[in-house]
Design a protein around this ligand. Structure first.
Ligand code: PLP
Length: 408
């Protein structure tokens, strides 16, 4: 008979053998003291830590405006939504949040999903059913959820080299002029911190008659005058056909969405299994996200503080010769270049310094580019930053990881 358990065990061993076995950090975030958290060690003892890798980029997950709205919604409406959006699960918070998100992105409509992953997977696969013969052009570093949606749809697809518009144009040129086309890309790429050329991509989309699908998951709340993302910052929201975002990162709660024309959003609402056949987000989550988005539309100073903290951390690390990768965003990736060292540095940071940063290994990033990815928020103060830079400096020597000359 088939030995199921040894098949599972050997799958785990393959990962362990490559030094990229994943271990969760068991954390309790301390409300009111973000980015501080209490870690429960494997032996049950507790340790105070500072979290340096949260995607709650602005600390909105503890903002009283958000917490009050969530508590109020629980007090008024209870815990779960109680059904799918079509069957009793739509509340006033879902409706208001969709209107708020549409307004944020300058679009006629928006549609909520249970996560950003589901929003990408469901929308990109459903677009292929709505547009038979669709050809998708996808950036090579797109997130796994976009890749899953594109593959699931089963259409013809072409991968263009990351941010390489010349390659994209060659692929567009080679496709039949009258075929429906879609360019799928991200604004801020979260593992490198680089930003796509939105204007160049939009120009190509116009020239070749393609729709544009932009994942702004790592930009919503953070860029643009009202925080709607890079498309807002570049004055290009109108030019992008579909903007996708998450409520789980800078917005501080959970959920995902798309925003676009009324017809497009309605078609996805009516056709996407990943939207139709699943329980709606709980009222408290939608109420919290609604309060968060409203707050973020006004939070210009928070965004300035956030950028200033990221710039400060990059400068401090580079002054020690720590190889910060060339990020032009709030993300601070530091190259280690091998999975074993990467895990060793992150284990020592946690165990000996109470600094929590998760190692980022293959398959999240290509082999040989393993890294630590820091996400400083406005709440990471000077003392925390000093402690981090001192510990990194020490561990870089201790673990014999390559430095970069300070001038580089
Ligand atoms: N898109 C990108 C680029 C992401 O990095 C992520 C999350 O990690 C997602 C989509 C999925 O968003 P969510 O965490 O809301 O499922």
């Amino acid at each position: 008979m088939f030995d199921y358990q040894s098949a599972f065990e050997s799958a785990v061993e393959r990962v362990r053998g490559e030094g990229r076995y994943r271990v969760f950090a068991d954390l309790k975030r301390v409300r009111g003291a973000f980015p501080r958290a209490v870690r429960r060690r494997p032996d049950g003892s507790e340790q105070d830590v500072v979290v340096w890798c949260s995607n709650d980029y602005l600390g909105m997950g503890q903002n009283p405006v958000v917490l009050d709205a969530m508590q109020q919604a629980i007090a008024e409406a209870g815990a779960g939504a109680g059904g799918t959006r079509n069957i009793s699960g739509t509340t006033r918070w879902h409706v208001d949040l969709e209107a708020e998100l549409a307004d944020w992105h300058g679009k006629a409509a928006a549609l909520l999903f249970t996560s950003g992953y589901v929003a990408n997977e469901a929308t990109l696969s459903t677009l292929q059913r709505l547009l038979p013969g669709l050809i998708v052009f996808s950036d090579s570093l797109n997130h796994a959820s976009m890749i899953a949606g594109i593959r699931h749809g089963g259409c013809e697809r072409h991968i263009f080299a990351h941010n390489d518009l010349e390659h994209l144009e060659n692929l567009l040129k080679a496709a039949p002029a009258d075929a429906p086309k879609l360019i799928a890309f991200e604004s801020v790429y979260s593992m490198d911190g680089d930003i796509a050329d939105l204007a160049g991509t939009v120009a190509l989309a116009r020239k070749y008659g393609a729709l544009t699908y932009l994942d702004e998951v790592h930009a919503v709340g953070l860029y643009g005058d009202r925080g709607a993302g890079i498309a807002e910052r570049e004055g290009l929201m109108e030019e992008i056909d579909i903007i996708e975002g998450t409520l789980g990162k800078a917005i501080g709660v959970m959920g995902g969405y798309i925003a676009g024309s009324a017809a497009l959003v309605d078609a996805i609402r009516l056709w996407a299994p990943g939207f139709i056949f699943t329980t709606a987000l709980p009222p408290a989550l939608t109420a919290g996200a609604l309060a968060s988005v409203r707050y973020l539309k006004q939070a210009r100073n928070l965004r300035l503080d956030h950028q200033a903290r990221a710039a400060e951390l990059k400068a401090r690390l580079m002054s020690q010769g720590i190889p910060v990768m060339p990020s032009v965003s709030h993300i601070v990736p530091v190259l280690v270049g091998d999975p074993v060292h990467c895990k060793m540095v992150s284990d020592l940071l946690l165990d000996e310094h109470g600094i929590y940063v998760q190692p980022i290994n293959y398959p999240t990033v290509p082999k040989g580019t393993e890294r630590l990815r820091f996400t400083p928020s406005p709440d990471h103060d000077d003392g925390m930053m000093e402690a981090l830079v001192t510990a990194m400096d020490r561990l870089w020597t201790h673990c014999n990881v390559a430095r970069r000359p300070a001038a580089a």
